[in-house]
Design a protein around this ligand. Structure first.
Ligand code: BG6
Ligand code: MG
Length: 216
């Protein structure tokens, strides 16, 4: 089979922290009187904390100074980190659990490629930090998705040709990043609308039938 490793995005793929991000940003937007709905939230998938704030501020009635932006991003992160106290091993997406078990049984490598600086905290709360061969997160990169850096670095650290790595993503920005890095991509949720995807499914568990098919 051509696929030697699977690189998972974290938020919205391994667990529903995308919902905790949304609620934290909603609290910030409401307090600032800025319109922010779920539809707006789709654009925040995969992009950095500061870029997310800049997208939200597009609908603000005034401009914000760099200091104000920094303060709002920090406030959002405090609300978000508070929200993370609700997650535990039972929060792992059942499809992601199925995929991780399948990959372990088959000896296929597993990695995380996330824009989040909270990645380690989340993986520890989920109790799965040790399951990954490679973890690349928001602290390791200079340019967030859709830039290819995160998946390029993950594939390099896996020591594999990029075209032998399959990226699982819920974000359009993430599919663009995977494509730019020369990796194959599997789109779920909002990412399915991205024309650059190679494969798609309902959740991360749907990579199992794909890998079975490709393996034949
Ligand atoms: C990504 C999320 O995984 O991480 C984005 O999809 C988020 O919505 C980004 O903005 C950065 O996360 P954090 O935890 O560093 O604020
Ligand atoms: Mg995501």
């Amino acid at each position: 089979m051509g696929i030697k490793a699977v690189i998972f995005d974290l938020d919205g793929v391994i667990c529903s922290t995308d919902e905790i991000h949304y609620r934290a940003w909603k609290a910030i937007a409401d307090a600032e009187g800025i319109p922010f709905e779920r539809e707006d939230n789709e654009r925040l998938r995969g992009v950095s904390r500061l870029r997310s704030l800049e997208i939200i501020l597009e609908k603000a009635g005034r401009t914000y100074s760099p200091e104000e932006k920094e303060a709002l991003a920090e406030k959002k992160n405090r609300i978000y980190v508070d929200g993370l106290s609700a997650i535990d091993p039972s929060s792992i997406d059942p499809g992601a659990r199925k995929a991780l078990d399948y990959l372990r049984e088959r000896g296929i490598k597993k990695a995380i490629g996330s824009s989040s600086k909270n990645t380690m905290r989340i993986l520890e709360r989920l109790g799965i930090r040790g399951e990954f061969d490679v973890i690349v997160d928001g602290n390791d990169i200079r340019r967030s998705k859709p830039d290819p850096e995160v998946f390029s670095l993950a594939a390099d650290r896996l020591g594999l040709p990029h075209g032998e790595c399959l990226v699982v993503e819920d974000a359009v920005a993430g599919i663009e990043s995977a494509h730019g890095a020369g990796c194959l991509s599997f789109a779920i949720k909002d990412a399915r609308k991205c024309p650059l995807k190679d494969y798609e499914g309902e959740d991360a568990g749907d990579i199992v039938p794909l890998l079975e098919r490709l393996g034949r």
